[in-house]
Design a protein around this ligand. Structure first.
Ligand SMILES: [Zn+2]
Length: 169
């Protein structure tokens, strides 16, 4: 199917008609952020936050530039989203991130009460969603996060592999 959608068409409907899996298009934007990180010689991880069908935050890892161990893509995106909404409570938001969140970011996601996280590549060395810990499903915590993993995993992981290969060369 190939035709121009009118500008005011509902985004969900547009997605449905275009046949693209619903999470892919937002993950593509997170991937753009990851590429921006690579261009800045930062470990390429990108994140966006979507609320009511639009982007309210878009960020990439900036640990080197900011000399800040907390400057992961998700942390920056959460701060931006909270500023946009004027609330620390990110109800109704979905966070898209190219790499499985680490314990720090998973903790911040829980603190922000984000209902849904969609992530790309698994992180066997630091992942806190399925790889090392399952923080989003831990019944001892007071919030649960729905999560979908492996979205555009190949592209999301590939950009990291490429980055580290370049570093070693
Ligand atoms: Zn993190």
């Amino acid at each position: 199917m190939d035709f121009d959608f009118p500008d005011d068409i509902d985004e969900g409907l547009e997605q449905m008609l275009s046949g693209e899996p619903p999470h892919d298009r937002w993950m593509r934007l997170a991937l753009d952020e990851a590429r921006a990180a690579a261009a800045e010689d930062e470990v390429p991880v990108g994140a966006v936050v979507v609320a009511a069908g639009r982007i309210i935050a878009s960020a990439h890892n900036q640990r080197e530039q900011l000399a800040d161990p907390t400057a992961h893509a998700e942390m920056i995106a959460l701060t931006q989203a909270a500023a946009q909404l004027g609330s620390w409570r990110l109800e109704g938001c979905t966070l898209y991130v190219t790499l499985e969140p680490c314990p720090m970011c998973a903790g911040a996601i829980l603190q922000a009460r984000v209902p849904t996280v969609v992530w790309g590549a698994a992180d066997p060395k630091a992942g806190a969603v399925v790889s090392l810990y399952r923080l989003f499903e831990d019944a001892r915590l007071n919030h649960r996060v729905e999560h979908v993993g492996g979205v555009l995993a190949e592209q999301c992981g590939g950009i990291l592999t490429e980055f580290f290969r370049g570093k070693r060369a």
